[in-house]
Design a protein around this ligand. Structure first.
Ligand code: ADP
Length: 328
């Protein structure tokens, strides 16, 4: 089947992935493979802008690769690789930086947010992040980038940078990427309030054991107005119910929707049902992950092979770029 074009997406190596990453990104990655040629990159260089130590970088990259593979990324067709394995991206980043007005970078909301987060470490990398991201995207002849609403300014930035570069050097060497808007489901953490995230420790890891998963689900906050077992609950504002709608069979969802409202089912029972359904859903994932985990050399070989395939495309693009720039 001919595919519609090439998709690129990158994510920082944050180690073991959680349900938020799975429902908000990885599932979409897996689905896109059916329609597009996909390039998925573990962006370790971007991670350097925020990490204090690189001690865990390799392990985090490995763990994330395991999760991606177990969740259905198909490395035979998809290029799955590590950003720093293709050093051409640094070169392109430098060239693109020459057509990037500084004010555009300092104006980006994400930059402002980052310096609020780490005022003690406002490094150049934080500022140049969108330029490196543009290099990531265009180096692999990307047509389409899946984005959530918060990343739209970055894609707009990438498109403008490509136009500036192509205009300045009178070339068509770089392709202007299109944004593919994906409705990112924001998954709440077990606190039922904040977005699920590792740093808030409100997450459920995909790779957790069934017992650990059950424990985490039991800690989930439900409708706060429901204090006693006999109080009726409101599934519409309950994160446990939201998860049921994703992981439980429809008849069970319907039953909970009715019974919770008339206190026919208690929160503990409701959570145990969710834990069971979630564990059932993750069973094939866990089996596949364990298999890859037992063969770390195979996983390394997949990343190395992805790096080689990515680099072949990158070198073609860079040859055109250098030619267009008339570099001696
Ligand atoms: P990055 O900074 O590389 O985006 P994150 O770990 O924050 O790294 O996110 C990786 C991907 O997972 C992103 O696409 C992000 O939107 C998605 N994601 C992370 N947490 C959640 C969440 N709680 N709900 C939905 N999507 C999420």
């Amino acid at each position: 089947m001919t595919k519609k074009g090439r998709v690129f997406s990158g994510a920082r190596p944050t180690g073991r992935q959680h349900l938020g990453n799975y429902l908000g990104a990885i599932q979409n990655y897996a689905e896109l493979q059916n329609e597009y040629d996909c390039v998925y990159c573990i962006v370790d260089v971007h991670a350097l802008t925020t990490v204090e130590t690189t001690q865990e970088l390799r392990q985090n990259t490995f763990e994330m690769a395991l999760d991606w593979l177990a969740a259905g990324i198909r490395p035979e067709e998809t290029i799955m690789f590590v950003q720093s394995h293709v050093p051409e991206v640094m070169e392109l980043h430098a060239y693109l930086s020459m057509v990037t007005p500084l004010g555009k970078l300092t104006d980006l909301p994400t930059f402002k947010e980052k310096i609020r987060h780490q005022p003690e470490n406002v490094n150049y990398g934080l500022l140049g992040y969108p330029v490196l991201m543009t290099a990531d995207i265009v180096l692999y002849k990307t047509d389409v980038v899946p984005v959530g609403i918060d990343q739209v300014p970055h894609i707009e930035f990438a498109r403008e940078t490509v136009r500036s570069f192509n205009y300045r050097f009178q070339t068509q060497a770089l392709i202007e990427p299109q944004a593919k808007h994906t409705e990112i489901k924001k998954v709440l953490g077990i606190d039922g309030k904040e977005k699920m995230s590792k740093s808030l420790n409100n997450h459920i890891e995909l790779a957790a054991s069934p017992a650990e998963t059950t424990k985490r689900v039991r800690e989930m906050v439900t409708d706060p107005a429901r204090v006693k077992r006999t109080d009726p609950g409101n599934p519409d504002i309950c994160n446990v119910f939201t998860m049921h709608k994703i992981f439980s069979p429809q008849d069970e969802v319907d039953m909970i929707n009715v019974e919770c409202r008339r206190a026919g089912i208690g929160c503990v029972d409701c959570k145990m049902r969710l834990a069971n359904n979630l564990n059932k859903h993750l069973e094939p994932f866990r089996a596949k992950r364990a298999e890859f985990e037992s063969k770390p050399d195979d996983v390394q070989a997949i990343l190395d092979d992805g790096g080689k395939r990515a680099r072949a495309v990158a070198q073609e693009v860079m040859a055109e770029v250098r030619e267009a720039m008339k570099l001696p």
